[in-house]
Write a protein that binds this ligand. Structure first.
Ligand code: MLT
Length: 204
């Protein structure tokens, strides 16, 4: 049986659940402090990537040549979405209204699912994401998304981040970008900008 570790923190049940998806080497509670800062009243659900590569948790594998394993990406995304849906039922949460809070590997897997129209989830905060595959995104219909990027990030070069923005535009997303002149790290001004975006989202 496929199992995922997860963490759930109840909140105001009228508000959308924040779905926390960690970066490589993280776990289901990694983003809780950031989620509590950005969305203090919302329920929180974190799911841990079930794969381990070089001792680090992930949502999908690499191939031995270091590139992304697109078969693993497709099958693991499918399993992850089944689990999120199951958890939504278990905790009586609205799956399609969830708002992703993802960092790096977790942001990437969520955006892959959204761009390929594999999930009804349309909104999210994506810290230091990138594009993983080059499929068409035009069948997807994504809503407001917030993205961050570090200009000096060797993991997400400017060109790859640009490609992600292009795919999101094809998928009709309303994209807000926060850029800092650092690398792949999450900074306090970045978190504050995400909170501002989130607060405005809720007043629209
Ligand atoms: C990925 O594997 O999704 C990206 O390289 C980002 C990361 O290292 O998690």
């Amino acid at each position: 049986m496929v199992t995922f570790k997860h963490f759930y923190q109840a909140g105001d049940s009228d508000l959308p659940t924040i779905l926390m998806l960690h970066g490589t080497g993280g776990d289901e509670k990694d983003l809780l402090q950031i989620a509590d800062f950005i969305a203090p009243k919302n329920p929180k659900l974190g799911v841990r990537g079930r794969l381990v590569e070089q001792g680090m948790t992930r949502y999908f594998n690499h191939l031995s040549n270091g590139s992304f394993d697109l078969e693993s990406l497709a099958s693991e995304t499918n399993l992850l979405l089944i689990e999120i849906k199951r958890l939504a039922e278990e905790y009586h949460l609205e799956y399609d209204k969830m708002i992703v809070l993802g960092f790096s590997n977790g942001a990437n897997v969520a955006l892959y699912a959204m761009l390929n129209n594999l999930t009804p989830i349309k909104t999210g905060i994506f810290m230091h994401p990138m594009i993983l595959s080059n499929e068409t995104a035009s069948t997807a219909n994504i809503g407001p998304v917030w993205l961050s990027h570090g200009i000096l990030d060797p993991i997400v070069p400017e060109r790859i981040f640009g490609l992600l923005q292009q795919k999101l535009a094809e998928a009709h997303a309303d994209v807000t970008v926060f850029e800092h002149n650092k690398s792949h790290e999450v900074t306090m001004p970045e978190i504050e900008d995400a909170k501002k975006w989130f607060d405005e989202l809720n007043t629209k």
